[in-house]
Design a protein around this ligand. Structure first.
Ligand code: CA
Ligand code: CA
Length: 592
């Protein structure tokens, strides 16, 4: 069967080369290419511009002096009537761009001309259950294949040259609420190159897990459920249990207990650790789940060889606000007391920016990165939130009619101080760049029972802006002190990732349609370009023929228009779209 595929692939690649003449063709991606991605400037072969997820490029041709010469080179339409949110980070290899789009589509595009090389569109069944828009966050490259996950909870490996399907694997049953939207991750292991993924579907009573497959064949190597009491597997046999059954979660509720690993993960080669975050416990009513409910709303370090958990850190024990702990863990070196600490930082939905020791998960610090936080009085020296019981949504069983618990006003809202949109770190400025939102919510609990494939929230809510003039806020945060060095305020909520460069710049997009660049040290806005629809994706940069390029997907959507309450009303004038924009700084404008 395998040989047959290879024959087919060779034949179609040849036909293709004859038909298309000079269109770019990408060579294979090696594990070295992946592990060195953060340093190499001609390509972007990982989500996060490096598996550590710093989103930092050493390119500096585009800087605050030259950026006025940055011009659009081309725009590529995602076509059809299928628009909605475009949250994909593109990959670039040998002059070919791979970008995914809404409704589980992917394109290979010639990076110089913007011409389409191939297009893949998953045939999605009726009845898929995407909670928060039909988005996709990007692909993974390895060898001669490009991989992505689809909204019906399947993984697809395509031949990178042709877009032809090599294999397709089911992650789980979409009818039970599973879906897939994150960029998969390729990592080295004793078992060869692994394709590592989580699961989406956190609001449908799914159970979170991380799993590794052979990148070559798609066969499962290990599975790590993230909820305590559940057994992992390694090479088809039971391996170790996650935690201890009922230690922090009495009863049986954990069996449909959430912890969805829906944002994917990062990988740190220095400690050989996968870092994955886990979503909220289900249902939302925390009074039904006394205890910490491990490992929901947590960060986990996982051994890629065994799938065992090396350490866990829980940001919101006994979460009652939908503060998914999925946000990306970004490795960096922290100078502290004259030493260099192998640290990692993460900006949580709950509004606190955490710094951990990534070798052991030890808490180093936490500081609020949004204003007026209500749900906790602060974070203690042990890293646990200091709760104010008066600010926890009430128990419906204690209400007079048993139907609605006491409503509380909570900051941040459940869409988070930060949601999915990835942060960046510059080793030059030693600052993190965090796209955040300033908003609150009225939230209350209602009775709920689990039903397969149905929303499993048991809560009601209305999101409200905190300030009249803005919701979005891009912040530069010093991880050594937690201090906010600068802030850019945006009227609409920010929902796209950042890119930072050795040119001293930070790029991010706005729902109003602009791709913007800021001075990384001062926060001064130095450039902007209107792309015609809102940007909720993460920009990338690469070098091509001696020039620096910037690329970003444009297309407004995501969770805000669907769940944003009063904030959604405030931004309902924004138009959908679907395009990839490429910008270049022509050589003659790249003044020295
Ligand atoms: Ca690279
Ligand atoms: Ca959630």
């Amino acid at each position: 069967m395998k040989a047959h595929w290879k024959l087919l692939a060779t034949a179609s690649a040849m036909t293709f080369a004859l038909a298309c003449g000079s269109v770019a063709q990408a060579g294979p991606v090696s594990m070295d290419d992946i592990l060195n991605d953060a340093k190499t400037t001609a390509d972007v072969v990982t989500n996060g511009l490096g598996t550590q997820g710093q989103r930092f490029s050493p390119l500096k041709t585009i800087n605050k002096d030259t950026i006025k010469g940055l011009v659009p080179a081309w725009a590529f339409s995602f076509g059809g009537e299928k628009q909605r949110g475009q949250e994909s980070q593109a990959l670039v290899k040998d002059g070919v761009i791979y970008v995914t789009g809404s409704y589980s589509r992917m394109w290979a595009i010639d990076a110089k001309t913007g011409e389409k090389i191939w297009e893949y569109e998953a045939r999605l069944p009726e009845g898929i259950l995407p909670c928060c828009d039909v988005i996709n966050r990007g692909a993974a490259l390895y060898g001669d294949k490009v991989y992505f996950g689809t909204l019906d909870a399947k993984l697809v490996a395509l031949e990178a040259k042709t877009g032809k399907v090599v294999w397709r694997k089911e992650i789980d049953d979409f009818k039970a609420g599973y879906s897939y939207t994150a960029a998969p991750l390729i990592v080295p292991s004793k078992h060869g190159a692994l394709l590592v993924t989580g699961v989406s579907g956190g609001e449908f009573g799914v159970v979170g897990r991380v799993e590794a497959r052979s990148a070559e064949t798609g066969e499962t190597v290990w599975i790590r459920p993230v909820l305590e009491g559940l057994m992992g597997t390694l090479l088809g046999k039971e391996s170790t249990m996650t935690g201890k059954a009922n230690e922090t979660w009495p009863g049986d509720l954990y069996k449909t207990g959430g912890g969805a690993t829906w944002l994917g993960g990062t990988y740190d080669a220095e400690t050989n650790s996968l870092f994955f975050g886990t979503g909220n416990p289900a249902p939302w009513n925390s009074h039904l789940r006394p205890g910490d409910n491990k490992w929901t709303a947590s960060r986990l370090a996982i051994d890629p060889d065994t799938g065992d958990i090396k350490w866990g850190f829980q940001t919101t024990p006994n979460d009652g606000w939908d503060f998914d702990g999925v946000n990306e863990v970004v490795s960096f070196d922290l100078a502290k007391d004259g030493k260099t600490v192998k640290a990692a930082a993460t900006a949580d939905r709950n509004g606190f920016f955490y710094v951990l020791d990534r070798t052991n998960g030890k808490f180093i610090s936490a500081s609020p990165f949004v204003k007026n936080i209500t749900w906790a009085k602060g974070i203690g020296a042990d890293g646990r939130p200091i709760y104010d019981p008066a600010n926890r949504p009430g128990d419906p069983s204690k209400s007079t009619d048993g139907k609605k618990g006491d409503t509380v006003y909570s900051v941040p809202s459940f869409l988070g101080g930060k949601n999915w949109m990835p942060i960046g770190y510059s080793p030059d400025t030693k600052l993190f760049y965090v796209p955040s939102n300033e908003w609150g919510m009225d939230i209350w609990n209602e009775p709920i029972t689990y039903k397969k494939g149905a929303a499993y929230l048991g809560a009601g809510f209305t999101i409200k802006p905190l300030f009249e003039d803005y919701v979005g806020s891009l912040k530069a945060i010093d991880p050594a002190t937690g201090a906010v060095k600068w802030e850019y305020k945006n009227k609409a909520p920010l929902w796209g990732g950042v890119l930072t460069t050795a040119g001293g710049l930070v790029f991010t997009g706005t729902p109003e349609g602009y791709l913007k660049a800021f001075d990384a040290a001062s926060g001064e806005e130095v450039w902007k370009f209107q792309t015609g629809s809102g940007i909720v994706a993460s920009p990338v940069t690469w070098e091509q023929d001696g020039e620096q390029w910037i690329g970003v997907a444009s297309g407004w959507g995501g969770a805000v228009p669907l769940w944003g309450g009063e904030v959604a009303k405030r931004v309902k004038f924004l138009n959908q779209g679907g395009a990839f924009w490429a910008f270049r700084l022509p050589k003659n404008l790249a003044a020295k």
